[in-house]
Design a protein. Structure first.
Length: 334
């Protein structure tokens, strides 16, 4: 398969987080055919029943190209036109998988060895695949992580700090609100207090931002709500501790602030002459740590269309990524 065919074949396999088994099996089979004729080996890294990472390696890997197999919902199949391939996962990150596989074939055709491909599950939720891989390193000195950076090398990426905000009240008939205690009103007051907390900025990464992603609660319009919950995500540009403490003070006794996830911002390794960028999203890299080597972040596609109904990747950018990944591996091996 060429890079366009492989991208479409991958996109057409539903692999919303938690359901990566079919796409993992497809990739294992595809890479096994390449490895069979080039002296490589392919293995599964079991994550949990029905979910596994796929690792293909040629001799002892010094450089590993890696990205994720899972996508956000909803699934929709691929289509293409003269300029783009469309579909869920085209840029985040199945087009990247195809480009990395194409780069591997290109390198092997030149006689290159000592590199690997590692495709993991769970990046869109909790980086479960990266956590498993981090406990099973293979000696790689560089990890080239693939995310949509428009074929520019990322200098840094923001971190993530995620909370659940839980408010509790007392049910009553809405005609007699004095007999109850509204959890929703408490939650709204707590959210408003959090929104007033000033957030830091970083000279390279820019401003720290916050998103109130979900609000749920209550039982019926005529019942005073006894419970309510919000989910809040902060894009970190520095230490999480000051924000954690400021949010706790702002919420006070109105609600319970539960920390769900904290991933720090990352500065990345660079390669001379490649164009650079800074990204606001979070990746698997903090979970990998340096178990698979010094991290780099690079990939085709735009994050601005990832996770949307307009997700797509430019064919020109996808083709360029094959050569770009091969070039980066050559440089790092040297």
């Amino acid at each position: 398969m060429n890079v366009f065919e492989l991208t479409r074949a991958l996109v057409d396999i539903d692999s919303i987080t938690g359901n990566e088994g079919a796409v993992g099996a497809f990739l294992q089979n595809h890479l096994a055919k390449i490895a069979e004729h080039t002296g490589g080996q392919v293995e599964r890294m079991e994550v949990e029943p029905g979910r596994f990472n796929v690792l293909a390696s040629w001799d002892k890997p010094a450089v590993t190209l890696s990205t994720h197999m899972d996508t956000v919902p909803p699934f929709f199949a691929s289509r293409d036109d003269g300029e783009f391939i469309w579909g869920r996962g085209t840029c985040d990150a199945k087009g990247i998988i195809a480009a990395m596989a194409g780069a591997a074939e290109k390198l092997l055709g030149e006689g290159a060895r000592n590199f690997a491909l590692l495709f993991v599950v769970g990046e869109e939720r909790n980086s479960a695949g990266a956590a498993v891989a981090a406990r099973a390193p293979r000696g790689s000195r560089y990890l080239v992580n693939g995310e949509p950076t428009e074929n520019k090398l990322a200098l840094a990426s923001k971190g993530t700090l995620r909370f659940e905000l839980l408010a509790r009240g007392k049910m009553a008939h809405s005609a007699y609100p004095e007999l109850g205690e509204s959890a929703i009103e408490k939650l709204l007051d707590a959210i408003e207090a959090i929104r007033r907390v000033p957030l830091p900025e970083d000279p390279l990464l820019g401003p720290c931002t916050m998103n109130i992603g979900t609000i749920t609660g209550g039982r019926a319009p005529n019942v005073i709500a006894d419970s309510a919950k919000a989910e809040i995500l902060v894009r970190l540009v520095g230490d999480a501790a000051p924000i954690r403490e400021a949010f706790g003070r702002a919420v006070g006794t109105r609600a319970e602030l539960k920390e769900v996830l904290a991933i720090p911002p990352i500065r990345f390794q660079t390669v001379d002459s490649l164009p650079t960028t800074v990204v606001s999203f979070t990746t698997d890299v903090p979970v990998f740590g340096k178990s698979w080597g010094e991290p780099l972040l690079l990939g085709p596609g735009s994050i601005h269309v990832a996770h949307t109904s307009e997700e797509r990747i430019a064919k020109k950018e996808l083709s360029e990524a094959v050569g770009m990944y091969a070039d980066v591996v050559r440089r790092l091996l040297a």
